[in-house]
Design a protein around this ligand. Structure first.
Ligand SMILES: [Zn+2]
Length: 514
């Protein structure tokens, strides 16, 4: 391109608003994708997108489960600032610290003239958790006992009354609503394609958000995607990972664990195959060249690297690090890799910039296009992760700071003292070595506490400046995840949950305070 051509491109750049497509593949470890170096062919379609875009190799979520991470993805705020950190709406609504804050990027884009639509596949993205503002279409692509009008109310009142007969009846009448193996990705992609095809005009650009859930447990890939471990002769099948008597546990036979991982990989391959249809349609319609495409995940998945399975119980790299691939022809370098520390907090600022909106000074993230142009290397950016666990009798609060080449994880059980460990992400990217443990009396510990205090102040400031959203549409009962409901309906009692603590919610709990 000559000088004239270059300046024309720069001119049109300022006024032109691209289409935007954000794909969230729930529970997707980046290191299980070909474009992040995985040897198995789990992701040919995603890898092809990665070749045309920039791969952010060091991207982090804000938490290790669906609700808080998606709130960050769509508001640009860390967990303590948006306060979406607990599934129990009924118990948390009473406390001001738990009222959600922040503005969804969909609201900004709709105001900027975008046609907006989102298709989601999990209860935590339901409107009752606050999701959907700014989306002209916000549509579920999954079915559960919570999603069907009439049945959801019946279920809620039966559960509140402890009427197990009625719960069993609902289960028997509607077995499909309790089918945790039902696949949602094909339905989500079909809905998205229908929406794209049904747009009356291309005069305004679109913002399309698609969330697919099938890599989440159970790992039951359909043929031919169950192909990664054909030699296996054992009995483990990728189901019932959450059960108390699950055959998938820390002491299991390594060969069986290999098979579980192969099934998880099969789920990724099945999703990749479905995504390929969406990518192909964008190419066919000609929209691909004018679409900013971001593919990411809300969190990863553990396979006992640090003793745990699934996610939401830790903040180690395998659950907190996520894929982040950005393709925008002519704007993001193709085939590039960026090692700068980035996070889900950077998505909203990137979309604002692409849509020609001014930067929002109250968002802590940055435009990924700018970050990709900057120096490579872990850099000096700090990403904060937070997690409150209420699965046992006492809550556990965890926070992590990803700071350049270090990840520090702080853990504070309810009544015990705190502990912290630090990993060197450059020397030990998989966090396999023994971490640095902090002696509470050491100067290192004092510095860490100072760091946590300043992080907490910063989160406080972000929270104060974020617009309050008021009460969510709390149902009359406790909201449980689909799988737990299904288990309870069948007579399992489930685990005992620690009470919500009025004094140490979110901001005051996740971020440890002496
Ligand atoms: Zn998730």
């Amino acid at each position: 391109m000559g000088l004239l051509g270059a300046s024309l491109a720069a001119c049109s750049d300022a006024a032109h608003r691209p289409n935007i497509l954000v794909i969230s593949v729930d529970t997707l470890r980046s290191d299980h994708l070909g474009c992040y170096g995985y040897p198995r062919a789990t992701s040919p379609a995603i890898d092809a997108i990665a070749k045309q875009g920039t791969v952010f190799q060091n991207a982090w979520s804000s938490s290790s489960w669906t609700l808080p991470a998606h709130a960050t993805m769509l508001t640009g705020l860390p967990v303590s600032a948006h306060a979406q950190c607990d599934w129990d709406l009924a118990a948390t609504e009473r406390f001001a610290n738990h009222l959600p804050r922040g503005r969804y990027i969909s609201e900004d884009l709709e105001r900027a003239g975008y046609d907006t639509a989102g298709f989601y596949s999990c209860i935590y993205l339901e409107p009752k958790f606050g999701f959907g503002p700014g989306f002209q279409t916000w549509e579920r692509a999954y079915h559960s006992v919570h999603s069907e009008p009439g049945i959801a109310e019946r279920w809620d009142s039966a559960r509140k009354a402890g009427d197990t007969e009625e719960m069993r009846r609902i289960h028997d009448e509607n077995p499909a609503l309790f089918d945790v193996e039902a696949r949602s990705a094909p339905a989500a992609i079909d809905s998205a394609l229908r929406w794209l095809g049904g747009r009356k005009s291309d005069a305004d650009p679109f913002f399309l958000f698609v969330h697919v859930y099938d890599a989440h447990t159970p790992y039951t890939p359909p043929p031919p995607f169950d192909r990664f471990d054909p030699e296996y002769q054992g009995t483990i099948d990728g189901r019932r990972l959450g059960d108390a008597d699950s055959p998938v546990h820390a002491g299991m036979d390594p060969r069986d664990l290999e098979h579980v991982i192969a099934l998880y990989d099969g789920e990724i391959a099945a999703i990749d195959d479905v995504l390929e249809r969406l990518f192909a349609e964008l190419e066919r319609s000609g929209a691909a060249d004018d679409t900013l495409l971001i593919l990411t995940s809300d969190h990863g998945e553990e396979f006992f690297e640090h003793g745990g399975k699934q996610h939401g119980g830790n903040l180690y790299r395998e659950t907190l690090q996520v894929p982040l691939i950005v393709k925008w022809p002519g704007h993001m370098a193709a085939g590039a890799r960026c090692a700068t520390t980035t996070g889900l907090i950077d998505i909203a600022p990137t979309l604002r910039a692409a849509a020609g909106l001014d930067a929002d000074k109250n968002l802590p993230g940055a435009d990924l296009r700018e970050l990709a142009r900057g120096k490579s290397g872990p850099g000096s950016r700090r990403i904060v992760g937070e997690l409150t666990i209420r699965r046992g009798p006492e809550p556990i609060w965890m926070a992590t700071l990803i700071d350049g080449r270090e990840q520090t994880i702080v853990r504070m059980p309810g009544s015990e003292g705190w502990s912290a460990e630090r990993f060197d992400l450059v020397l030990d990217p998989r966090e396999r070595a023994e971490p640095l443990h902090f002696d509470a009396a050491s100067p290192q510990a004092a510095r860490l506490l100072e760091d946590l205090d300043s992080t907490r102040s910063e989160l406080h400031r972000l929270r104060e400046r974020a617009p309050a959203r008021g009460s969510r549409q709390a149902s009359d009962g406790v909201v449980h995840a689909q799988e737990r409901m299904a288990l309870k309906a069948l007579g399992y009692t489930g685990s005992r949950d620690a009470p919500v603590d009025a004094d140490r919610l979110c901001l005051d709990g996740c971020i440890w305070r002496p």
